[in-house]
Design a protein. Sequence first.
Length: 243
Amino acid sequence: MADKTLYDILEVSTTASPESIRAAYERLSAKPEPGRPENETDAAAKMQQDAVKEAFLTLGNPEKRKLYDLKLARARNALQNVEVTEPFWTLPRMIVAAVVLLVVSGFYYSHQKEQQRLARLEAEKAIAAAKAKEAEEKAKSDEAEAQRELQLKRKQQLVEDQQRRERDRDLSRFDAQQRAQSAQAQAAFERERQQKEAAVRREESQKRVEEQRGQLAAQQQAARDRAELCRIERERYGKAISC
């Protein structure tokens, strides 16, 4: 049934009218009786019934029939254009093809090896470039780290210098305060010594003045006593014996 056309299945010609196609369908579809028990197990009858139904659904529709006729005509034209020719792959051609295939395979193998070599070189270049870049980045990182350490050392040196200057200023200030205090103490001691010496001198001067006053008073008292004695002698003796 694979080589049959839909017209062959309905047992009509390609020029049959729609009425003839319907009559053929009704005639053929009435042959098998699917309702009978002996036809329910007959696979060939079932396939024949399905083919008749499908042929009628296609040929009974004008549009589908037109498309089917066009397809059928193309298939017939293709069969008519087929010519019997000698086989293309003869022994000489197969030998030539084998030689060409070997040459092409050798060239392809050489090309693949060259491509692999170039790819390996490119990979080695890429690895070398990556290593060089890594080394450069590491050198930059080491240089940056060295710069940071140098800056840190400079900062520490500046801090230490600042602390040393502040310590020197504090020591200088302390020494100045100590010298000032010592000078003040020395000045106070000198003033106290001078005051004591002045007090001693005043006391000695006062003693000398008092002594002089005592001596003067004693002299005056002696003069008064002698004058009194002279007066008494004059009164008693008529003359001053002691004077």
